[in-house]
Structures are given as structure tokens and as C-alpha cells.
Design a protein around this ligand. Structure first.
Ligand code: NAP
Length: 277
């Protein structure tokens, strides 16, 4: 059985789907007893994880596992689990943003590499799904108001992360490896908005705003400080120096990484229909 923490997140959900499609037994960790999970996956509440037997491999989402990660890995080692795959971030080797966020990823990497399990670290660039945050503005105004239009990253399609995670969870070949997972195209925020407009067949513009205005707007919308801290800190750095680009997806999956344009095309409904988030 393969245990997926963060199973309702964008990477976890797709990893569960891919593994279930391959016929693997999947335990999907979620606090929501009514979570809409792919067919074949068994929902498991975080409090039940310690009671599971026969877990061969674990996908560790730092955000979802949080403070329980250390205990989870200790029990896994005792119970004979072989592998752990960690969803980390490119900011570990390429610092950007506030140090405390990078340190959180580093701490989970350290726990996993010190756990005694075979460990694969996936250091991911920003997910394409992060741009779903633009959906409300796009639908309402045809613009995206944000800070740092020139901030460049090689955004990764979360479906590519899930495909690599599924490989590493199901075979021994990736034990001990650390992979930098990014898209292959470095795009500024303004270029991503233009690509989204092309996918929607509708011109969209990025309207630059001061970082403080964006921060105040997020806090007024009820988001915790952590969200603007994380976002604006990294965008400020990526405006000075682009995020890294790798060909790891191509090397591991034998095909190019999906482009942001492809992601935008495949997620058009989220930007046109309010029923999608
Ligand atoms: N977004 C990025 O650009 C990026 C880049 C690099 C790395 N990462 C990392 O990649 C990982 C996966 O991200 P993701 O967006 O797919 O999903 P995620 O943030 O890990 O969340 C997945 C699920 O975890 C559960 N969860 C969230 N907060 C929790 C908490 N405090 N306690 C217990 N459960 C919690 C929720 O599920 P339920 O409500 O169903 O329990 C949520 O749907 C994260 O650890 C993230 O830090 C993200």
C-alpha cells in the first residue's frame, strides 16, 4: 500500500489518481471524510495513519504532514516501510523569499533523509495551479492586479510532479536521488497572464500594483500573514533573478515538461466558470 499525505492537494490528488489507475493500493490521507477521491483510493484520517499496516511507500507533503512528519517517519521505519518521497521546493538550493519558508522545507528534507527509509526529494518550482488565485479577477475584470510583473519562474505543471512522484513511490531506482523539478520555460508573471489570455481566447493584462497594496488586499480578504509573506517575498527575489530551470521532467518521464500554455488550456473552465475555484 502507498500512503499519500496531502491527498486532496493538487499534487496528492493527481498522484493518487495515477497510482490507483496503475492498480496500486492507495491510502489517501485527508481530514475530510467526504473528500472526493479518485476511484480505488481509501480515505484515511490523519489520526488513523499510525494504525496502518503494510505501507510500502509514503508521499510526504510538508504542509499537510506538518508537525506530524517526524512521528510518521519513525513509525514507518519501525513498521517496515521502504520509501519516502518528499515534496520540497527549489528554494532549498536556490534561496528566494523569506528564509523561514526555505528552512521549513529543509527541515522536512532532513527528517526524511535521516529516517532510515530510502528517500527521494522532489524540489519543485512554483506550481502552475498557484495561478488559480487569479481566476476571480480574470472572470470579473479581464486583468490581473499584482506586484512584480517581471518576476520570472519556470512554473511546473503539478501533473508532472505527480508523474515523477508515482515513479519514485513505486520503484527503487530513485532512492537517494534529489531532483530539481521545474517547467522548461522561464516566464514572467505578465507573460503567464498573456498565455492564459491566449488559452481563453481573450486578451488579459497584468496591472502592476505596489507590493503593500497587494499585501493589504490579501489581509483584507482574510488570508493569514503567511500568504503575502510567502508570495511577495519570493516574487521580489524572482524579479531580481529568475528562478531555476531544469530538464529533469524530460529526463525522468521521457517527454518534455508540460508548458504553462498547456496547463492554461486544460484549466480554462476555472477561469470562465465561477463553479470552479
Ligand atoms: N504551491 C507551490 O508552488 C509549491 C512549491 C513547492 C513545494 N510545495 C509543497 O508541495 C506540497 C503539496 O502542495 P499541494 O498544494 O499539492 O497540497 P498541500 O498544501 O500539501 O495540501 C494538501 C492537503 O493537505 C491538507 N492540509 C493542508 N493543511 C493542513 C494542515 N495544517 N494539517 C493537516 N492537513 C492539512 C488538506 O487536506 P484535507 O483538508 O483534505 O485534510 C489539503 O487539501 C506542500 O507541502 C507544499 O508546501 C508547493
Amino acid at each position: 500500500m502507498i500512503l499519500i499525505t496531502g491527498a486532496t492537494g493538487v499534487v496528492g490528488r493527481e498522484t493518487v489518481r495515477l497510482l490507483a489507475e496503475q492498480g496500486a493500493k492507495v491510502a489517501a490521507v485527508t481530514r475530510d471524510p467526504h473528500a472526493d477521491l479518485p476511484a480505488g483510493a481509501r480515505p484515511v484520517h490523519p489520526a488513523e495513519v499510525a494504525t496502518l499496516d503494510g505501507v510500502e511507500a509514503i508521499l510526504l507533503s510538508p504542509r499537510a504532514a506538518g508537525a506530524t512528519a517526524a512521528g510518521l517517519l519513525t513509525r514507518a521505519r519501525e513498521a517496515g516501510t521502504s520509501r519516502v518521497v518528499v515534496l520540497s521546493a527549489v528554494t532549498v538550493p536556490y534561496p528566494a523569499g523569506l528564509p523561514r519558508f526555505r528552512e521549513q522545507f529543509q527541515a522536512v528534507e532532513d527528517l526524511a533523509t535521516g529516517s532510515g527509509l530510502d528517500c527521494t526529494i522532489l524540489r519543485c518550482a512554483d506550481f502552475a495551479a498557484n495561478t488559480l488565485a487569479w481566476a476571480g479577477q480574470v472572470r470579473a475584470t479581464g486583468t490581473v492586479r499584482g506586484a512584480y510583473p517581471g518576476a520570472r519562474t519556470s512554473t511546473i505543471d503539478e501533473r508532472d510532479i505527480a508523474a515523477v512522484a508515482a515513479l519514485a513511490l513505486t520503484g527503487a531506482a530513485h532512492a537517494g536521488q534529489t531532483y530539481l523539478l521545474t517547467g522548461e520555460q522561464s516566464l514572467s508573471q505578465a507573460e503567464k497572464v498573456a498565455a492564459l489570455g491566449a488559452a481563453l481566447d481573450r486578451p488579459l493584462t497584468f496591472v502592476e500594483a505596489a507590493p503593500d497594496e497587494i499585501r493589504r488586499g490579501m489581509l483584507a480578504a482574510g488570508l493569514p500573514d503567511e500568504v503575502p509573506d510567502r508570495l511577495l517575498g519570493s516574487l521580489a527575489d524572482y524579479a531580481r533573478e529568475p528562478g531555476p530551470t531544469s530538464d529533469t521532467v524530460r529526463r525522468l518521464l521521457g517527454r518534455p515538461a508540460r508548458t504553462y500554455a498547456t496547463w492554461a488550456h486544460d484549466h480554462r473552465a476555472a477561469f470562465t466558470t465561477a463553479a470552479h475555484r
